[in-house]
Design a binder for this molecule. Structure first.
Ligand SMILES: [Zn+2]
Length: 402
């Protein structure tokens, strides 16, 4: 991650106190680059003595440490310091309707190890979260890290979540989960910070952190059993007033006329372009398919009818995305979720409509791409959600002043 914007805004802030802004200085190190005191003084406009005092404070917290020597222009080479991401670990869980992936990462989001298991979200929160805790315990034991080294736990759930409290709100496919205190329950096993969000939001965070850190405006669209999106604007994930920002699946599309959705409305995008919807349409047309996975098998086998259906689903998704492009002017649209595994067929449909329906200026630099984090986007994003929180300038300064 490069830091031109960050260092510019930093240089403009007025340096006060030696410890109070150490958290802000630390943000420069999150790109993983080692730096000398002189470089930091230059980047921030702070006096070298101020930089040294702040680095001492960050070193005492264990967040940074020596990272070798820089090239010298004569005399003793200046020493460099860098972020020490292994100083703590994060547990990151991506819980879906039928399976979960739990990962252990360092503070930079590097995946150390992961465990995968089948689950049934409809089994209720205790059963599912106990299973998650079991996998998390195995991960810690296998890595030789203790629960005391946890910086936090991040969890993605397949339904709407009130991020501030970590409670699911009226999740349609999750009986027993409404208003359940997920952080409180997990804290019965691990005494650490627990953050929860819906799965598409954390996928957007993970994809951006791993592959698009330069992109300030990004849409991550998940096309699977359901359709939704995570919206990053100005570098920040947008959850909206009630946590439902980016819920594209229930926007009405022209081709959906007369088709009823599981939400009760007619003509929703999800009712014609999700995995089950495509499977239903193909079955009706005489090509039996039970779900999205079977549609993908047909596509992989080169079945022309299935390929056409996936491409049409891409156009339907593109129909809604063309409006989003006008609203948000993203630099990148990432297509993820299980149906993205159909690769170019789905994306070709999206591109066809978005590029033809949007104004040239809005698409002059727009990239529409397949998810690269793929199955790991959720876990990477759950980790990022935690690290963004615990490594924020405010939290670090609070730790130093406590
Ligand atoms: Zn609907």
């Amino acid at each position: 991650m490069s830091t031109p914007q960050r260092s510019t805004s930093f240089a403009q802030s007025s340096p006060v106190g030696t410890l109070t802004r150490a958290g802000e200085l630390f943000q420069i190190f999150r790109d993983g680059q080692a730096r000398t005191r002189a470089e930091l003084a230059e980047m921030t406009g702070l006096a070298r003595s101020t930089v040294a005092a702040r680095l001492d404070a960050l070193t005492a917290l264990g967040l940074i440490g020596p990272a070798g020597e820089a090239l010298s222009s004569g005399g003793r080479p200046p020493s460099r310091v860098a972020f020490k991401p292994a100083s703590a670990v994060i547990l990151a869980a991506d819980i879906g309707a039928t399976h979960m992936l739990v990962g252990l990462t360092d503070l930079s989001g590097r995946l150390i190890d992961e465990r995968r298991a089948g689950t049934d979200i409809a089994g209720g929160p205790e059963v599912v979260l106990d299973q998650m805790v079991e996998l998390a315990t195995q991960l810690l034991a296998a890595s030789g890290r203790s629960s005391g080294e946890l910086a936090g736990i991040g969890i993605g759930l397949p339904g709407p979540v009130e991020h501030s409290s970590g409670k699911p709100t009226n999740p349609p496919i999750m009986p027993g989960w409404d208003r359940f205190d997920v952080p409180g329950y997990i804290q019965g096993s691990f005494d650490t910070q627990v953050l929860v969000d819906n799965d598409v939001n954390i996928m957007a965070l993970g994809e951006r952190a791993a592959f698009w850190s330069e992109a300030q405006d990004l849409l991550f669209v998940k096309v699977a059993t359901g359709i939704g999106s995570g919206v990053v604007c100005g570098g920040l994930l947008q959850r909206g007033a009630d946590g439902t920002a980016g819920d594209l699946g229930h926007i009405r599309v022209p081709r959906g006329s007369g088709v009823f959705c599981r939400c009760g409305n007619e003509g929703c995008l999800e009712a014609i372009a999700s995995g089950p919807a495509i499977a239903r349409a193909l079955s009706k047309a005489g090509l039996p398919a039970v779900d999205g996975e079977e549609v993908l098998s047909l596509v992989r086998a080169g079945n022309v009818q299935a390929i056409q259906a996936i491409r049409q689903a891409g156009r339907d998704v593109g129909d809604v995305l063309a409006t989003c492009v006008s609203m948000l002017n993203p630099a990148v649209i990432v297509i993820g979720g299980s149906l993205a595994a159909a690769g170019e067929h789905l994306i070709a449909g999206v591109r066809e409509v978005v590029y033809s329906r949007s104004l040239p200026l809005a698409t002059s630099r727009l990239q529409i791409v397949q998810s690269r984090a793929a199955g790991e986007a959720g876990v990477l994003g759950a980790s990022r959600m935690v690290s963004d929180h615990v490594l924020s300038a405010a939290r670090i300064d609070a730790a130093l002043n406590s």
